[in-house]
Design a protein around this ligand. Sequence first.
Ligand SMILES: C[S@@+](CC[C@H](N)C(=O)[O-])C[C@H]1O[C@@H](n2cnc3c(N)ncnc32)[C@H](O)[C@@H]1O
Length: 252
Amino acid sequence: MKAHDKNNKESSVCIYDNGYVEKYLEDYYLHPFWSIKIKENRNLLSRVMKNLPTSAIWLDLFCGAAQYFEVAGNDIFCIGIDYSLAQLKRAKSIYSSCSYDFFCCDVRNLALSENSRFNLITSFWAALSYLRSPMEWYGVLQAVSQHMASNALLYLENPFPPALMDFNETTFSKSLTYRVLKVDKDEIEGWTRWIYTDSGGLHKMLTPDFVILKSLLEDIGLITYRISTVQTIEQIVAVRPEDEYLVKQLIR
Ligand SMILES: C[S@@+](CC[C@H](N)C(=O)[O-])C[C@H]1O[C@@H](n2cnc3c(N)ncnc32)[C@H](O)[C@@H]1O
């Protein structure tokens, strides 16, 4: 597969405007259903932080309001990327010291300088599923993998089929009537196109089966591990083969 389909500009940027960003935080960060996931994420990240070198650099893709940067110690430099100005405005209001930097940019068109190296690269929630084609998934993951420092971790979160459809049975989905719906047309083997409706409107999503993601990451030289599934969202870690020991330190 080739990197970056730069002509595909379809985006959900309009969804994450000022109004939705407030509602997003209320629905997802303050709702008791998700508090379990947020707590698990913070626990996992605290374990990751312990193994990072001093002056490590953390790159969070699709960072939104970058809620997890609070887990980083003072000596970690955190960089967030998102194309929603409203999300970044919120992130900057939380993190204003020189240990943080935020860039308004489409992750599909990231132009990192050749010698940038990151010790931790993350993408939380179903953010990668906003990518519109397998090529875009490959392009983004391949591009960022080139910038992993030695002993670096790539951390991804996504709802994978069949757990994806379990979402509709959750108390969260039922209480707010936010639902996932599979889209049958435009079928790509091993990939599920789905739509999600919430207070922001219609989110158009694309998710690979876990085996497809694993082989995609293998193609770019990474070994993939499932850490845990929390509230239908799967926590995934990928490392270079020589850095497998990092994952062992994470799994309790
Ligand atoms: C589900 S939210 C996740 C936000 C954050 N990671 C979190 O866990 O709360 C998805 C985010 O991805 C951003 N986004 C979607 N597609 C993007 C793209 N192609 N480039 C940059 N940001 C994108 C949206 O603006 C939104 O902030």
